[in-house]
Design a protein around this ligand. Structure first.
Ligand SMILES: Cc1cc2nc3c(=O)[nH]c(=O)nc-3n(C[C@H](O)[C@H](O)[C@H](O)COP(=O)(O)OP(=O)(O)OC[C@H]3O[C@@H](n4cnc5c(N)ncnc54)[C@H](O)[C@@H]3O)c2cc1C
Length: 413
């Protein structure tokens, strides 16, 4: 059995951020990774994928994007390269192709079973990602075998799908991006729209994420949220990163011929049943958008040097008449594409730290099992924890906590 002070499980950006902070403190550690560095960006994204966050918003401990396009959007392959270069820059002790299959707590630490043998560690940091598996609703079981189904994490490109139309379920980041790609490829697309977070790509002359960073939205902590569970369940941003900076929303998709429906409520064979809620859903997304833009306007008024241009809000979405039922066979739909979110997977975690939803119970990544920590969780502490850019704060906090043994920082950290 090999021994180490700290084992990090997972070499995505969060595990690497943790490794960099522990390295800076001289903490003996190893990063176990089932594939290679940034594995999910290599194997679990569609071919045309680009980040929706601009390149400059990929800061990691001791590293900022220094490439030629700070305002561009990396492809998944470019991000995997960025992470590999980052790991190389501080000789991160990554042991690739090593899957953790079981973690057990013993009196003084942890026994970690892997496909490459046993490890003993005093501390373990879980960094296996919050977006491990597609979250497919139970109603999928009602779909006839005559219609194919594929999740956004298994989708690669339009040519992979059977000929015919596609019903995309879910209109957050993955759903709108894939619906747009399918429409551009000439597919007839229906998009079932649930709760979503609408944002324009650009506002007042800047990228919207520049504003959210500047205004402090990304720095807000979970303690400031009125309802922490709701804040952690917020859908991803309805944004796309493209080389030409163009935006994508329900209005643009309708202009491309995508037909919108309400939330997919049931599937019975080849018949889809939709809620009559599109107007309400679009309206509540618009109200949240107005609040965000109002906050930016107030900030711009107080900081004239940042004001950019005059307010240029995106047009209000025109809500079309929507069907409440659709016979997919008659409508020529051959595939249902699930873009209904992701869930973490901790089947290997043999310690009682999961809540009823299968998520790790924690406070700022510290679990109630001594020596067990997690990083890369949704809204782990700041809103930015959900993004690549936020892991640097969480890694710094956890490193401080682990090396000093108590909560020395306040929520402003
Ligand atoms: C479709 C999509 C688009 C996104 N777009 C953006 C974006 O534009 N900008 C942004 O900032 N964020 C984005 N995110 C959110 C977030 O940054 C990613 O989910 C990110 O990959 C999380 O990083 P991580 O290091 O926590 O986990 P991951 O990148 O998932 O890394 C976890 C690692 O753990 C490894 N692993 C898992 N299980 C085991 C095991 N048992 N043993 C050993 N290794 C294991 C995996 O192979 C993987 O390499 C997006 C997420 C998704 C799903």
């Amino acid at each position: 059995m090999r021994r180490v002070d700290t084992l990090i499980v997972g070499a995505g950006h969060a595990g690497l951020a943790m490794s960099r902070c522990l390295s800076d403190r001289g903490v003996d550690h190893v990063v176990l990774e089932r594939g290679s560095v940034g594995e999910r960006w290599r194997t679990a994204r569609w071919d045309s994928f680009r980040l929706l966050t601009p390149n400059w918003l990929s800061r990691l401990p001791g590293c900022a994007y220094a490439g030629p396009e700070p305002d561009g959007f990396m492809t998944a392959g470019e991000l995997a390269g960025y992470l590999s270069a980052y790991a190389g820059s501080f000789h991160a002790p990554v042991q690739p192709y090593t899957t953790v299959v079981r973690l057990e707590h013993n009196g003084s630490g942890f026994t970690v079973h892997t496909t490459q043998g046993l490890w003993a560690a005093r501390s373990v940091v879980v960094a296996t990602g919050f977006h491990s598996d597609a979250r497919i609703p139970a109603l999928a079981a009602g779909l006839s075998g005559d219609v194919a189904q594929v999740s956004s994490s298994a989708y690669r490109s339009p040519s992979q799908l059977a000929e015919g139309g596609v019903l995309v379920a879910g209109a957050s980041a993955s759903g709108i991006q894939i619906a747009g790609e399918l429409a551009r490829a000439g597919r007839a697309v229906h998009l079932a729209v649930g709760c979503h977070t609408r944002l324009p790509r650009r506002y007042r002359g800047h990228d919207i994420l520049w504003w959210l960073d500047r205004v402090g939205t990304l720095d807000r902590t979970i303690d400031q949220a009125a309802d922490a569970d709701a804040a952690r369940a917020e859908p991803s941003l309805q944004l796309v990163g493209t080389a030409d900076g163009r935006g994508l929303d329900l209005g643009v998709l309708q202009g491309m011929g995508v037909r919108l429906t309400g939330r997919l409520r049931a599937l019975d064979g080849t018949v889809a049943d939709f809620a009559d809620d599109l107007a309400t859903t679009v309206d509540s997304a618009q109200r949240r958008l107005d609040r965000v833009l109002g906050e930016i306007d107030r900030y711009a008024a107080e900081h004239p040097e940042s004001a950019g241009t005059d307010p240029d809000p995106p047009p209000v979405i025109a809500v079309p008449a929507t069907p409440d039922r659709l016979d997919m066979t008659s409508a020529g739909i051959s595939t249902v594409l699930w873009a209904t979110g992701y869930r973490p997977r901790y089947a290997w975690l043999g310690v009682p730290v999961l809540d009823g939803d299968g998520c790790i119970r924690h406070r700022r990544g510290v679990t109630d099992v001594p020596g067990l920590y997690a990083i890369g969780l949704r809204f782990q502490h700041r809103r930015s924890s959900t993004f690549i850019d936020g892991a640097r704060h969480d890694a710094a906090y956890l490193t401080e906590y682990m090396t000093r043994g108590h909560d020395i920082w306040t929520t402003s950290t």
